[in-house]
Design a protein around this ligand. Structure first.
Ligand SMILES: *Cc1c(COP(=O)(O)O)cnc(C)c1O
Length: 428
């Protein structure tokens, strides 16, 4: 499979190269030259297939030309060893729980696959791969967990001292092994600046091959389409089906678009956004404008300039009528809290704030003759402070999250002066 970049459609590079680079040198995003299709027979018999069977079939459409099937099977089985329950709440309402991976958020799907693919690619490199990430919260934890123990790969995570929650800090700093945590005495922007400087440092390039683990990497996006297939199995046959996708950078939504164009019968994809409404405004007016992000209760979606918009725009640009397949709603914090309350009262089930944005979008959209599945992207226990403050309700913290809180933090404290980071990286 070859890829092009959104700014240069004539440039073609193999998928492997696009994944190793992460982002094109001119800053644009890689796209598969064509989206492969599953056979009608495969789709019609999907209910008889396990998640891992589906995963292997889908993944080999993209990777089968350069990675042996047996290797892909091992990668899929090793990455996806947790359940994906789909629960039915009403005649036409389902929730797909995507938070049963090790970090209790759906980013595990992408991070766990990417790390294993990069480890396989690294076998042909003479240097270790170095992944550097700046994080202000959850991304770092998913990357650390996903890459822990990956052969031939080192991970450096930079985070602002005092800029992350205590649980988030533990999820970054308690790994050891191939994961190093750098606690920067500065802001998130300082961390990001340090990463950018390191990525162009020739001395570091002699020692490492750089790659990227952020959410614009195709090897994070492609596996995210898998759970759409899994959730689809619960829908009744021959009816109209829609997915509601809590959205920030629109990676999850784009993965749903991939699933649809691989052959899954998805009638509509609905991007549920919080007050950060550049995508809903685009759907309404046809004009895209990046905005400054504002803070909300569903903080993983506080994105003013969604990075994957470029992909959606490129894909639908001239040939598809985007608004026929994709809708979007903006939901306020007040509506999010109301949605949590209503779902709890009606169904005795606690939505996390991101899933609640999804339910609020469902209330705005719902039509009688369509089945809706909300993609529930995080475990509510990660937001226990919200339920305590607004509902006076204690949420039980799952044991593995507790265990993080009890582990010992190991981090390297650095100032914002670049040479300190460089010396530290040269010695990992
Ligand atoms: C990252 C994230 C989202 C948004 O996903 P995008 O792919 O950025 O649109 C939604 N919910 C949670 C819990 C997340 O961590």
């Amino acid at each position: 499979m070859d890829c092009y970049s959104t700014k240069n459609k004539h440039l073609r590079i193999p998928l492997k190269e696009a994944i190793l680079q992460g982002i094109a040198p001119d800053g644009s995003l890689y796209m598969p030259v064509e989206i492969p299709r599953l056979s009608a027979d495969f789709i019609n018999t999907i209910k008889d297939k396990s998640f891992n069977e589906i995963a292997l079939s889908v993944i080999s459409l993209y990777f089968g030309d350069h990675i042996p099937l047996q290797v892909l099977e091992d990668i899929v089985n090793d990455a996806y060893n947790f359940p994906i329950p789909v629960k039915k709440f009403d005649r036409n309402l389902y929730v797909c729980e995507l938070f049963h991976g090790p970090t209790f958020a759906f980013k595990d799907f992408g991070a766990r696959f990417l790390s294993r693919i990069l480890s396989y690619y690294q076998l042909e490199e003479d240097k270790d791969i170095l992944i550097l990430v700046a994080t202000s919260g959850d991304t770092g934890g998913a990357v650390a967990s996903g890459f822990y123990g990956a052969k031939g790969i080192k991970v450096g995570i930079l985070y602002p001292s005092d800029g992350v929650s205590p649980l988030q800090e533990k999820q970054l700093t308690t790994w050891g092994g191939n994961i190093s945590a750098f606690e920067i005495e500065g802001t998130f922007d300082d961390c990001q600046k340090l990463v950018k400087t390191a990525l162009i440092d020739d001395d570091l390039r002699l020692k490492f091959k750089f790659s990227s683990a952020n959410s614009i990497n195709l090897a994070r996006l492609i596996p995210q389409s898998l759970y759409y297939f899994e959730a689809y199995k619960s829908f009744p046959a021959k009816e109209q089906n829609a997915f509601i996708v809590p959205s920030g950078n629109l990676g999850n939504l784009f993965a749903g678009i991939l699933a649809k164009h691989m052959g899954l019968d998805i009638h509509k994809l609905i991007a549920a956004c919080n007050a950060n409404d550049s995508f809903p405004v685009f759907i309404k007016t046809g004009k895209f404008e990046a905005r400054r992000s504002v803070r909300t209760l569903s903080n993983a979606m506080d994105v003013g300039n969604p990075s994957n918009f470029e992909r959606i725009d490129d894909f639908y640009g001239s040939t598809w009528n985007l608004v026929e397949h994709v809708k979007s709603y903006s939901v306020s914090d007040e509506q999010t809290l109301l949605a949590i309350h209503e779902f709890l009262t009606k169904y005795d089930y606690l939505l996390d704030p991101h899933g609640a944005v999804g339910y609020s979008a469902y209330l705005k959209e719902s039509s009688e003759n369509t089945n809706y599945c909300i993609m529930e992207t995080a475990h509510p226990a990660k937001f226990d402070y919200i339920y305590l403050e607004h509902f006076k309700r204690q949420v039980e913290i799952p044991l593995p999250l507790y265990e993080f809180l009890e582990k010992k933090k190991v981090s390297i404290k650095l100032s914002t002066e670049y040479n300190q980071l460089k010396d530290a990286l040269l010695s990992i």
